[in-house]
Design a protein around this ligand. Structure first.
Ligand SMILES: [Zn+2]
Length: 389
């Protein structure tokens, strides 16, 4: 235990425990490093992702069933996720210790993983998520996809990678979340390592601007209306309002147009896209778009919203009565994102509490204003792009 404590104290300023009584022995651990592709300069495109591969080198040929490892990199962070149990927690912490001390940052390992990264590049380039690229076209994000730049990846030198690593893999950039039964965890981590205060939330800049475009990408017969949303400040109750808003939007769109789909793409703690997907036969021009949005807003009046809330609440209660399966990885992802956005761990348990407490006193006008925003484009919520898929 001494060693683990040392690791945590030395290499991470944020250490959080999420207690799951239900679990006997399973433990999930996340190492979240504030080192994402937005930090890369032009000759560093792809470095964060390369480092992620280097750091998981130990897992490359391992068919170890004691520990499941997963890594991914986005615009702002590199994530390392481990799922393990009981006695293997120590070993897992050892690996984390090695990641944060640069054990895997060597010329040999860089050479060994380069092919993997290149292959991944070509694969992603071929799959070529055109829609995703189109969404970020013209923004700062477009030049910062985590996969990076092919020439930079091919030519990168160990010394450059090492320098980048040293700059970003520092204690202030590192959070560790450990999830499982508290009694089990306490065998490995002493109480005084654990952070109890809320984490400081980073107010990220806004990179997307109102630059409306109608883009035809394919002939699938589907079309998506993308709205851009920027948050300046967020309150935990927004989790509930947001989920209500999306379901309500879907319900109203469904009533008007039949089969529709509503979804959300979160790419920063302050910026996200919300989309409504419809059949493109119904929408040929911008006036058709206005028409549809107008109809949604008209339909979702306060009475419609109030009735919707009653139903929503009932369904929600039924759903939790039946219980829900816990998936450690999903639960961990939920906690990581809440830590970034709200500065605290909000798992599905807390989410339920927020819903149960909130669903009784919902501000109908607040939802009504959210719906109205569909037609009152403003700086923090506007129709961003229309993409024919
Ligand atoms: Zn990868």
């Amino acid at each position: 235990m001494g060693k683990i404590k040392e690791t945590i104290m030395k290499y991470s300023t944020g250490f959080y425990v999420y207690n799951m009584e239900l679990f006997k022995d399973s433990v999930a651990i996340a190492l979240v490093v504030s080192c994402g592709s937005m930090k890369e300069s032009e000759n560093q495109r792809g470095f964060s992702h390369i480092i992620e591969h280097m750091n998981l080198f130990f897992d490359r040929y391992s068919c170890d069933r004691k520990m499941k490892c997963l890594g991914y990199t986005d615009f702002f962070y590199t994530y390392y996720l481990f799922v393990t149990y009981g006695l293997n927690v120590s070993e897992c912490m050892e690996r984390i210790n090695e990641i944060v001390t640069g054990e895997y940052i060597s010329d040999r390992i860089l050479k060994s993983i380069k092919m993997d990264v290149l292959e991944e590049y070509y694969r992603k380039d071929k799959e070529c998520n055109k829609e995703y690229k189109c969404l970020f076209n013209g923004t700062e994000y477009f030049d910062h996809f985590a996969i990076g730049n092919i020439d930079v990846i091919k030519d990168c030198k160990y010394s450059d990678i090492s320098e980048y690593y040293k700059e970003h893999y520092i204690p202030e950039n590192t959070d560790i979340i450990i999830m499982g039964n508290k009694a089990v965890i306490e065998n490995y981590v002493s109480n005084d390592c654990i952070v109890r205060h809320t984490r400081k939330v980073t107010l990220r800049p806004k990179y997307c601007i109102a630059d409306f475009e109608w883009v035809k990408l394919g002939n699938s017969g589907k079309l998506r209306l993308y709205f851009y949303r920027h948050y300046v400040e967020r309150d935990k109750s927004d989790l509930m309002y947001d989920s209500l808003f999306l379901s309500l939007l879907e319900k109203a769109a469904l009533n008007i147009y039949g089969k529709t789909d509503v979804g959300k793409i979160v790419f920063s703690s302050t910026e996200e896209f919300i989309f409504i997907e419809v059949n493109n036969m119904l929408i040929k021009s911008i006036s058709d778009v206005k028409n549809l949005l107008q109809k949604i807003v008209l339909m979702a009046d306060t009475q419609f919203i109030s009735e919707f809330i009653v139903k929503y609440k009932k369904e929600y209660l039924d759903q939790i009565k039946n219980g829900y399966g816990i998936n450690l990885v999903e639960e961990m992802k939920q906690c990581i994102s809440s830590l970034e956005i709200y500065g605290e761990l909000i798992g599905y348990r807390e989410l339920n509490d927020i819903m149960l407490q909130g669903l009784d006193g919902i501000d109908v006008m607040k939802i009504s204003r959210m719906i109205d925003a569909l037609i009152n484009n403003n700086e923090s919520f506007f129709l961003y792009k229309i993409i024919e898929l």
